[in-house]
Design a protein around this ligand. Structure first.
Ligand SMILES: Nc1ncnc2c1ncn2[C@@H]1O[C@H](COP(=O)(O)OP(=O)(O)OP(=O)(O)O)[C@@H](O)[C@H]1O
Length: 315
């Protein structure tokens, strides 16, 4: 690789710069740019068909961007140059030889990656908690253990970057927690950069340290996981015996509201949400005491749908 194609990346291990990708007339990515730092667990969130796998395939050199540049570990990615794979682990879906055992599957992965140290198989088995299952045929593993085997294959060669395309689909909460602990360990103690895609914010939020939302082919929002909670929209939900009268009172006092699908009155107004007691006082004084008055935080999927401009009622 020429010195000119090297990017002075500092701690940035993944860099995507103004990437466009079209298949014929069909535009999948439209000026996508993002950066991921060493040791980060970056969640790449988007609806089905948003372009996540296309992006991942370009990062791996399996697809060529129509325009724009991608860098991994400071090196420009060139389609068809698989040298990069020495330092990158990739899990597309948990693929394995069903009639071979966990050990046999991992030994094949080891040889395919050109890792000469046979102990690497045992190391990865113990790291992923596959010890009790190592002599089982892959086809007889539980879904969670199949996913673990997939991740074990992706990390047999101690990669510096792990790219996991939808790795937590179908895992139960305990399985998600185990994968999270393992990814945290890799990221925090070994500086591995993890790039995980999913269409479920709820799942990604349990493992990622930062999330980027891709929609209509570009990154529309990046958010640190620690700040997600405070970004969730809060609503005040009201119910009462005479809702028409209640709405009149609200209107007269300048409150904006809407009706929910289940026939409650919802106020998104920040002032109402922050001071629910003031609203309660007003309604009581107006002879419309609420039978329900509750501040409700939107859930993570609601947040995601709001960010991409799709209300729950529209899907
Ligand atoms: N080789 C191709 N030729 C034509 N269209 C393609 C090709 N590969 C992907 N697409 C289209 O590009 C869009 C993005 O696909 P991609 O697989 O990147 O989405 P995704 O975000 O990974 O979604 P999913 O979660 O469903 O895998 C889809 O509409 C898909 O049909």
């Amino acid at each position: 690789m020429s010195i000119l194609s090297k990017k002075n990346s500092g701690t940035k291990t993944i860099q995507i710069e103004g990437v466009h990708k079209s298949f014929g007339e069909y535009k999948v990515l439209n000026n996508l740019s993002l950066e991921v730092n060493r040791g980060e667990i970056f969640g790449f969130l988007g609806l089905n068909g948003a372009g996540k796998t296309t992006t991942i395939k370009m990062l791996l050199g399996m697809l060529k961007p129509t325009s724009g540049k991608l860098y991994m570990l400071g090196e420009k990615v060139d389609a068809g140059n698989y040298k990069l794979w020495d330092k990158v682990g990739y899990l597309e879906e948990a693929t394995f030889y069903p009639d071979l055992t966990v050990i046999e599957n991992l030994d094949i992965a080891r040889r395919m990656q050109g890792v000469s140290d046979k102990e690497s198989v045992n190391r990865v088995i113990s790291k992923l908690g596959l010890e009790p299952h190592k002599t089982k045929k892959a086809k007889n593993l539980s879904l969670g253990n199949k996913q673990r085997l997939g991740i074990a294959k992706a990390m047999i060669h101690n990669p510096e970057i792990m790219i996991l395309d939808e790795p937590i689909n179908g895992l139960d909460p305990a399985g998600v927690a185990e994968i999270r602990n393992m990814l945290y360990d890799l990221a925090n103690n070994f500086g591995v950069t993890v790039f995980i895609s999913s269409h479920l914010l709820e799942e990604l939020s349990k493992v990622a340290t930062r999330i980027g939302i891709i929609h209509n082919g570009h990154l529309i929002q990046e958010i640190e996981m620690g700040k997600l909670e405070q970004s969730l929209q809060k609503n005040l939900v009201l119910d009462g015996r005479d809702k028409s009268a209640m709405k009149r009172v609200l209107k007269e006092h300048g409150y904006e509201f809407e009706e929910t699908m289940d026939d409650y009155i919802k106020l998104t107004d920040g002032h109402a949400v922050e001071c629910p007691e003031r609203l309660a006082e007003l309604l009581v004084k107006s002879n419309q005491p609420p039978t329900l008055l509750r501040v409700i935080s939107e859930d993570l999927e609601g947040y995601f749908l709001r960010k991409i401009g799709i209300g729950r009622g529209n899907i």
